[in-house]
Design a binder for this molecule. Structure first.
Ligand SMILES: [Zn+2]
Length: 158
């Protein structure tokens, strides 16, 4: 399938959708390293249009591959099971408390941020339900980079 050739301005608009961060994991990405992901993959009928495109880091783009959003979420939510099954090193690390399994629940960065980079909904009760990773993502949404998000869990951070 022939893909739409993006103009520089269109590419920049996609990059800026999430303040230069991956729409899936929230990692900061350099403009030159940005990959453009088709939210609904072309292979399963997604449109080759800007509205179906999100900025992605190389790793998320690679992992998502031809999955749609829910397929990607499901894939990620089974990583812990796969590691436990396949990696002796991981099982040892978990037993010694070097790594800790926190959740299989996956929330994508774009679900926490709005297109304009502002927080989608903001209620103190919501923050109390967020994991430290989500709080870190949320602080990115408003352009802040907290070094110790854990300390702020459950507190108003804005
Ligand atoms: Zn990513």
């Amino acid at each position: 399938m022939k893909r739409k050739k993006l103009k520089k301005e269109e590419r920049e608009n996609i990059y800026n959708k999430y303040n230069g961060r991956c729409a899936y994991c929230g990692s900061k990405i350099e403009y030159k390293d940005m990959q453009i992901d088709h939210v609904v993959p072309l292979r399963i009928g997604g449109k080759d249009e800007i509205s179906n495109m999100l900025p992605s880091c190389r790793s998320c783009n690679h992992y998502k591959a031809t999955l749609d959003i829910e397929g990607f979420r499901k894939y990620l939510s089974k990583i812990h099971d796969r590691l436990t099954r396949d990696s002796v090193a991981y099982r040892v690390a978990e037993r010694f408390g070097i790594v800790e399994h926190k959740t299989d629940k996956v929330k994508f960065y774009f679900e926490i941020c709005n297109d304009d980079g502002k927080i989608k909904t903001w209620k103190i009760n919501d923050v109390q339900k967020l994991t430290p990773v989500e709080i870190t993502k949320m602080s990115h949404c408003v352009g802040l980079d907290y070094k110790k998000p854990y300390e702020r869990q459950g507190k108003k951070i804005l």
